[in-house]
Design a protein around this ligand. Structure first.
Ligand code: GLN
Length: 547
């Protein structure tokens, strides 16, 4: 039976609850415990798959094909535990399950209410796989006091009562604002937010206080007294130069010890932090820098490409170089020469994306990288654009384009080198899709195998010819163009096992030009950088030393 840690936030949003949860997960693992992390999100979308990356940041895809919150990415990057469909739930999903049951007649005769029907459903969700791990960490999205979060707070309150005493604890993140005029850290917002929690029946066991200044002992005592927690359980969270220092920093501040004390686990197993010491060492002790351009559409919100940014950082760690990422808006050079915007970068990455806006710029970026022999990594849409570029400019298919853009525009303008995928194989079954299908959750999602060509660059990089990577796409490079493109030098070096879906392309005569239909960034970890990112950064570093 697992022990449960519920993580909530107060005062303001964006305090780093996800990071704190992930770092705590890593620290518990360092003490020999097994963990699983879950995210409970109060918004009404069934999942984030249909939300704009501008609003919500990236969609993190799990092996089993769920489109989840980007916090699950943090969880995986820190713990290495692959997230599952059942690790992320929103109000939307809970309500749609409850309403579906109601329509089916499962509650026949009853009045369906938030308490108990919605809260029961939430509790059921929290409990899934309870016997598999030592600790289940459940983060509640949003801030205490949000109207839509109430059913979740009520559910975790009930949950802790349903379980035997001592099996659940509550950890609350708050902010200690600093008033420069008086030179003081203010504890009142923290007191109010704890009061808010207490008014719904939850007494936090641990307070994690974000602060830009050292928290004096006196303030710590005050918080402990007013918020009814032990002084040792008031844990400071200071700003860090790198998020990957978080496990070490939280350990220094005593978070994992406070958690074990709250569960009365004694003697506490000693932590082995060597992995995190090595990670911090690789981040802080670098030799050289590389500048990499991410040419995309959602450049205003860095969270839109969160995992890519992190995977590049991991690639830097593998090579002990600092990776400077710059976001370049592809739309700006849709109809212009991209050179003034792209010159000077040591490598170019074109990430995933949806819709036509900015794609002509991305095609130009691929052409620029190919012609100038600059390392290029195209991910999903970034691979599709590289293939369209090859088709147009090398294979002479001047009208080459993607059906995605024709569908969006409602007219046919392109030769569909990238077409709408209607059928593919998953395990032993064939999955089918129509263009008119609902948008949510209907893409080719999750982990699929690919077979790599022996002696290709990717096979060398992976050190293997069979790989498994996560996907999230609706369109696909049409295999019928393979022969023509290969004759021009674009190798189709990775295919789905049935040989029907191109998974990887690479230019044979280029130092490093690879396009992948999947999302390698989702599986990269600071302690195990993804081979494609590690090698891409290596190539960028080599390029930086040439100029
Ligand atoms: N829009 C493209 C597709 O659906 C690419 C998706 C992506 O980049 N994740 O195939």
């Amino acid at each position: 039976m697992a022990r449960y840690i519920f993580i909530t936030g107060g005062v303001v949003s964006s305090l780093g609850k996800g990071l704190a949860s992930a770092a705590l997960g890593a620290l518990l693992q360092a003490r020999g415990f097994s963990v699983r992390l879950r995210k409970l999100d109060p918004y009404l979308n069934v999942d984030p798959g249909t939300m704009s990356p501008f609003e919500h940041g990236e969609v993190f895809v799990t092996d089993d094909g769920a489109e989840t919150d980007l916090d699950l990415g943090h969880y995986e990057r820190f713990t290495g535990v692959p997230a599952r469909n059942t690790d992320s739930v929103s109000s939307g999903r809970i309500y749609s399950d409850v309403l579906e049951k109601e329509r089916r007649g499962d509650y026949l005769g009853k009045t369906i209410q938030v308490v108990p029907h919605v809260t029961d459903k939430i509790k059921e969700f929290i409990d899934i796989g309870d016997d598999e791990v030592d600790f289940m960490l459940c983060e509640i999205g949003g801030t205490v006091g949000d109207i839509e979060g109430l059913p979740f707070f009520e559910a975790i309150r009930q949950f802790s009562h349903d379980k035997p005493r001592g099996q659940c604890i509550f950890m609350h993140l708050t902010l200690l604002p600093y008033l420069a005029a008086s030179g003081e850290l203010k504890t009142k917002p923290t007191q109010h937010s704890v009061k808010e929690l207490q008014s719904i029946g939850i007494a936090p066991d641990i307070l994690v206080c974000r602060s830009e200044h050292p928290i004096p002992e006196k303030e710590r005592e005050k918080i402990a007294l007013f918020c009814n927690v032990r002084k040792e359980s008031v844990v400071a969270a200071y700003d860090l130069k790198s998020i990957y220092e978080a496990p070490l920093a939280y350990h220094r501040e005593g978070l994992d010890q406070a958690v074990l004390d709250a569960f009365q686990i004694s003697p506490a197993p000693k932590p082995d932090l060597t992995v995190w010491q090595d990670v911090a060492d690789r981040i802080y002790n670098t030799d050289g820098e590389v500048n990499i351009a991410i040419v995309g559409k959602y450049v205003q919100l860095e969270d839109a490409y969160k995992s890519i940014k992190e995977a590049l950082t991991h690639g830097g760690m593998a090579n002990r170089v600092k990776v400077n990422v710059e976001w370049v808006d592809a739309e700006v050079f849709d109809t212009k020469d991209p050179a003034p915007y792209l010159e000077g970068y040591h490598a170019i990455l074109v990430p995933g994306g949806f819709g036509e806006r900015g794609t002509e710029g991305k095609i130009k970026a691929a052409e620029f990288a190919r012609a100038r022999k600059i390392p290029y990594l195209g991910i999903c849409l970034g691979m599709q654009m590289a293939v369209i570029e090859a088709a147009r400019n090398v294979a002479g298919i001047s009208a080459a384009g993607s059906e995605e853009f024709d569908h969006e525009a409602g007219k046919k303008r392109f030769e569909p080198v990238v077409y709408h995928l209607k059928e593919w194989v998953q395990g032993n079954a064939t999955v089918t899709r129509k263009q008119t299908d609902a948008k949510g959750g209907t893409m080719r999602l999750g982990a699929y195998d690919a077979t790599l060509t022996k002696s290709s660059k990717v096979a060398e990089i992976y050190g293997n010819t069979s790989i498994e990577e996560r996907h999230r796409h609706r369109y696909e490079v049409d295999v019928k163009y393979m022969d023509k493109l290969e004759a021009c030098g674009l190798r189709f070096s990775g295919m789905s096992p049935d040989g029907k879906l191109p998974e990887i392309v690479e230019w044979a005569d280029h130092p490093w030009f690879i396009g992948v239909q999947f999302h390698p960034e989702l599986k990269s970890k600071p302690f195990a950088p993804h081979p494609l990112f590690a090698d891409f950064v290596r190539a960028a570093t080599e390029n930086s030393r040439l100029v």
